[in-house]
Design a protein around this ligand. Structure first.
Ligand SMILES: [Zn+2]
Ligand SMILES: [Zn+2]
Length: 358
């Protein structure tokens, strides 16, 4: 079928909305009509050359929509089902999937090459994270289309597909924050605001939000942070305020400096969780004796340690009962045709999310 997508032809030029050809869904695949897709920082990173992706490509990996067509052998999904797209293939066959750690699925790829279902003027088109959801339609395996129930606006549901799951899962699953604990969240974009809400819902007693941008600190306080700190000596401030450090610190920036701050602001025995996307060459320099003497741990978190098929519906449920605020993350909506304006706004750094509508 013919559909429309935002093509990245190269890193220099603006994205171009154009007609593309999308093959029908094969066995075990579904076609999803996209209703909304957030612009995530990883999409900007991909345009800037920080991800392995081949051009021409369609980016976009934070999307919600409805099932429009089923390939052979698809069970458990029907036309019209509302879905949130997941970017882990959750193949079910690799060792991590068999262990139940589908966030570590060995099938996960940033780039799936140009021989997939999408072509543009006869050329194969890569689809970022096997989704490529800056498009009116996508074809994905059923494991990447997670059905959801109830009424939730697509402009908010889509965020569960990346930022919300990543941040909320980092506090509730990776760090496994328990009631009464203290938590610090470094970086209060869409992921950080979701990490804060995870801490609030888990029952954290004190939640420090750390960000240099005032609008983001204000948003953090609205969604449940108890203290908001500008950059500066944040480690000293957090350690003094808690009498020795927080139980868990969630780093959502993607720099080794922020990761070391997270490590240095946890108490002995505390947990530092690394969520932000660092440069390939970044390293952490942790004195080995400190690990031994303090029993601190530092752990990575990809996709909030999610099992999307189980966790997306839970997050939708929290939203429907008024406990998870997704509207706080949507700074602005724009039609797909205005994707370049939306990308420019996300680059300015003040908006949490620009969400594209279709
Ligand atoms: Zn993302
Ligand atoms: Zn797998």
């Amino acid at each position: 079928m013919k559909t429309r997508a935002a093509i990245v032809e190269n890193r220099e030029d603006a994205l171009r909305i154009d007609e593309v050809e999308l093959a029908d869904p094969g066995p075990g695949h579904v076609r999803v009509r996209i209703e909304a897709c957030g612009i995530c920082r990883s999409d900007l990173h991909a345009i800037d050359g920080g991800e392995s992706i081949t051009f021409p490509a369609v980016l976009g990996h934070e999307a919600a929509g409805a099932i429009e067509a089923l390939g052979h052998g698809v069970e458990g999904l029907t036309e019209g089902d509302r879905v949130i797209l997941s970017w882990t293939p959750a193949c079910g066959a690799c060792p991590p999937c068999r262990r139940g750690e589908v966030q570590l699925c060995q099938g996960l790829r940033m780039s799936v090459g140009s021989d997939g279902p999408l072509t543009w003027n006869g050329r194969g088109v890569d689809r970022f994270m096997a989704l490529g959801a800056f498009s009116e339609h996508v074809v994905v395996p059923t494991s990447m289309a997670i059905p959801i129930a109830g009424s939730i606006p697509a402009t908010e549901a889509c965020l569960i597909g990346c930022a919300v799951m990543t941040g909320f899962g980092a506090t509730t699953k990776t760090a496994a924050v328990r009631w009464g604990e203290s938590v610090a969240v470094i970086g209060c974009g869409g992921v950080g605001l979701s990490a804060i809400q995870g801490a609030r819902i888990a029952g954290a007693s004190r939640i420090f939000a750390i960000d240099p941008i005032e609008e983001r600190r204000e948003a953090a306080l609205r969604v449940g942070a108890t203290d908001a700190l500008d950059i500066g000596d944040v480690v000293g401030q957090v350690v003094r305020a808690t009498g020795g450090g927080v139980d868990a610190a969630i780093e959502c920036v993607g720099t080794s400096g922020a990761m070391m701050d997270a490590f240095n602001m946890i108490r002995p025995g505390g947990r530092a969780v690394v969520v932000g996307l660092p440069a390939m060459s970044d390293t952490l320099n942790i004195p080995a004796i400190i690990l031994l003497a303090t029993e601190k741990s530092v752990k990575g978190s990809i996709y909030g340690s999610a099992n999307p098929a189980v966790d997306f519906p839970k997050l939708v449920g929290l939203h429907q009962r008024g406990r998870l605020d997704l509207s706080a993350l949507v700074s602005k909506t724009r039609p797909l045709a205005e994707i370049n304006e939306g990308i420019a706004e996300m680059r300015e750094g003040k908006l949490t999310r620009v969400v594209l509508t279709f």
